[in-house]
Design a protein around this ligand. Structure first.
Ligand code: FE2
Length: 255
């Protein structure tokens, strides 16, 4: 903490940084430290400039992190539209549109040419592509009646940030199983573009004893969506910006 004796007025960068730190220390601590370092190491700024700078630092550092979104997702009880109430306590995080849409099954799509069978079980894809923009991908597996499915298989594979698939090993390839509440999540990156396709993830989903759903997930507002011959807006991720990447949500409805 900065000693009060070292402050030179309410417009001093150090004073403003301290106020920001007190207000937003619980949010994005690493980013906050960088911001504080920047402000406190700068010379005294002209009158008003520090206020403007501090405001922009505040706006940026106040954004939730991917981890905050994930914790919220993991700890919030599911809404069951068919029953009209939550599974347990009050609900803050509703299902994505895919489940409220007359409980239709998630559309199937082509597997594409780059699927590799027998991928490892893993949740952390991000270490396979450390240069990519981080994205936490999460959601439920649900039945047609919007009941969560435990122990459902989720397999994910996608291109790296340059649009290249690992067709030799298992970088950016893996699978996991939904938890007892039907939830799944991966730590990965935003896939890069490659010729002929818009931005997308590939997934396979299978509940115990059920059929395999092979499909793809997309990003809204991508210039390539309307040019992509198989793009389907029913497969759009719900993307939220965070202070350290993106959080993408999709709930699969499987037979
Ligand atoms: Fe692909």
């Amino acid at each position: 903490m900065i000693p009060a004796a070292n402050l030179h007025g309410r417009n001093h960068p150090a004073f403003l940084a301290e106020q920001i730190q007190m207000l937003h220390a619980p949010v994005a601590p690493t980013l906050m430290k960088l911001s504080i370092d920047l402000l406190t190491s700068a010379p005294l700024l002209p009158n008003g400039a520090a206020t403007i700078l501090a405001f922009h630092v505040w706006r940026y550092s106040a954004m939730p992190t991917r981890r905050h979104f994930l914790i919220s997702f993991v700890t919030t009880p599911i809404v069951l539209p068919s029953l009209g109430h939550a599974a347990s306590t009050p609900v803050e995080l509703p299902l994505t549109a895919s489940c409220a849409d007359d409980h239709e099954l998630t559309p199937a799509q082509t597997e594409g040419p780059y699927f590799t069978p027998e991928s490892p079980e893993k949740q952390d894809f991000a270490s396979d592509a450390p240069g990519g923009e981080r994205l936490t991908l999460a959601g439920y597996v649900l039945t047609k009646k919007c009941q969560p499915v435990a122990k459902a298989l989720i397999e994910l594979w996608h291109a790296d940030e340059s649009g290249t698939y690992d067709n030799i090993g298992y970088k950016l390839r893996g699978h996991q199983f939904t938890d007892a509440d039907g939830k799944w999540w991966f730590e990965t990156i935003v896939p890069g573009l490659y010729p002929g396709r818009t931005r997308h993830y590939h997934v396979k989903v299978q509940r115990p004893g059920g059929n395999v759903l092979t499909t793809q997930l997309y990003f809204a507002n991508e210039p390539g969506n309307q040019r992509d011959r198989i793009f389907n807006e029913a497969l759009l991720l719900d993307i939220r910006a965070t202070s350290d990447g993106k959080f993408g949500r999709y709930d699969f409805i499987v037979a």
